[in-house]
Structures are given as C-alpha cells and as structure tokens.
Write a protein that binds this ligand. Structure first.
Ligand code: ADP
Ligand code: MG
Length: 249
C-alpha cells in the first residue's frame, strides 16, 4: 500500500480539519447549494495538486470530469497568480493549464465511461513528471438528477451512482490519487425527491465517499465548510474566503 498523499486547500483551518488536506486513495464529497463555492474549491485543488510537496501539493496533474461546463481557465490563471504571490515565487499559469485535463460529460452514461478514459490517461502519465494525483467530478450528481426523475427510477439511479463511485474509488486506489466530487443540494424541497435539501446519493454515497464536506455561504466572501463524515477525524468547521486569488484563510 502506497503512502497516502494530502493536497492542501489553501485555507489553514480547512487543512487542519482534514488532518493536513484532501487525501489520496479516498473520495471526498463536497456538497452545498448553488453558488456555495464547490467549483471554486475544485479549481483551487486543481492548482494546488500541481505544486511540490513542500508547497502543499503532490507534484501531479489533474483530470476534471466537467458535467456542467463550469471549468474556467481564467479562474485557474487568477489562482496561479494568487499562489505565486503568496509563495513569493514565479509560476506559469499556462504550465498549470497544461496539466489540467478537462473532459466534458454529456450525460450520466458518458460520465461513467469517462472514468475509464481517465484511467487510460493516468496509466499513460504514470511514469511522467506529472502523474495524475487528482480526479475531480464536478458535478457528480447533476446528470443523474436530471435523467432519473420520479420515484420508479430512484433505485436505478442509486445503482448507477454506486457503480460510478466504485469506479472512482478504484481510480483513487490504483493511482494513489485524490478524488473530489461535488454534489448540489437544494435550499427548498422540490416535488420529485424525498428530501432534496439533502445531497442525492443518500446512504450509498454516505458509505462510499470517505470524507463528506458541507459548504455554505457566510458573510461576504466567507464560506463555512463542515466535516460531516470521516473515517478517522472528528467533525469540525472551518471558515474560508473565496477571493480573486482563490481560496484563502
Ligand atoms: P458552486 O457551489 O455552485 O459550484 P461556485 O464554486 O461556482 O459555486 O461559486 C461561485 C461563487 O464563487 C461566486 O458567487 C463568487 O462568490 C465566487 N467567485 C467566483 N469567481 C470569483 C472570483 N474571480 N473572485 C472572487 N470570487 C469569485
Ligand atoms: Mg459548481
């Protein structure tokens, strides 16, 4: 078994709550309402994973399965510039963009297939100077939510989501990579689902995602992240801010 790596989040409290950062060989789920900052955290980790270990990274590249077309190269540039200022070093954002492999998923079946493509790419890059150390699925559940509507289809949805999560866990194990998935929750109940104010995937996701984080808006640019579920860490809360430079204390 390989040594578990940790990717720093750029927020000290958040890292401390996570026992050092987002872990490899695990799935971390971040759930919250629209606009709460899930995609911002994903972008920040896509930058940070590329940094050297002393800088909080794993010296690796990242694959993003983008299901909502929310990946923004401009945002990566801002975050790389922010990180360069923070560390007092020069960083080339174009180099960072090169190590972010983005695949758009058009529906849930395609999304599942893209994990196989991710595995192929990770194998290709295994002995390179930037092995894949992070896989992001943003959003894990949006296609599933849109395609499986109504009570009769819920069991099918769970079964598929479960299969997908097993593929992701396998990816994490075989590549010593961190997997980050996002999951949107609604602020108000809607007609279709039992309780859409809770993240979809319910129990199955609860058992598979090793770390579950709930993110919510606070005052101004502040966000509160809560560790809801972890195999080895106490529950906790951390305050972070989303700025032009990215995630900060
Ligand atoms: P979601 O949880 O839906 O994925 P996002 O991660 O997309 O939410 O968060 C969107 C929020 O992030 C915006 O409402 C804004 O507060 C913040 N944000 C996005 N881009 C920037 C930026 N360049 N500078 C500062 N804040 C930003
Ligand atoms: Mg998002």
């Amino acid at each position: 078994r390989q040594h578990i790596g940790k990717i720093k989040t750029s927020c000290t409290e958040f890292d401390e709550m996570m026992g050092g950062g987002i872990e490899s060989q695990s799935i971390t789920e971040i759930y919250g309402e629209f606009g709460s900052g899930k995609t911002q955290v994903a972008h920040q980790l896509a930058v940070n994973v590329q940094l050297d270990q002393e800088q909080g990274g794993l010296g690796g590249s990242v694959i993003i399965i983008d299901t909502e077309n929310t990946f923004r190269p401009d945002r990566i540039q801002q975050m790389v510039e922010g990180k360069a200022n923070e560390l007092g070093i020069e960083l080339d954002y174009e180099e960072f963009l090169k190590n972010i492999h983005v695949a758009r998923a058009f529906n849930s079946n395609h999304q599942i297939l893209l994990v196989d493509s991710a595995m192929d790419l990770a194998n290709e890059l295994k002995d390179s100077d930037k092995p894949v150390r992070l896989l992001i699925v943003d959003s894990l559940t949006a296609h599933f939510r849109a395609e499986y509507i109504g009570r009769g289809t819920l069991a099918d949805r769970q079964q598929k989501l479960n299969k997908h999560l097993h593929g992701l866990q396998r990816f994490a194990n075989l590549n010593n990579a961190a997997v980050l998935v996002t999951n949107q929750v609604m602020s108000k109940p809607d007609a279709f689902f039992g309780d859409p104010t809770k993240p979809i995937g319910g129990h199955i996701l609860g058992h598979t995602a090793t770390f579950r984080l709930y993110i919510r808006k606070s005052k101004g640019d502040k966000r509160i992240v809560k560790l809801i579920d972890s195999p080895n860490l106490p529950e906790g809360e951390a305050v972070l801010a989303v700025t032009r430079d990215g995630i900060v204390d």
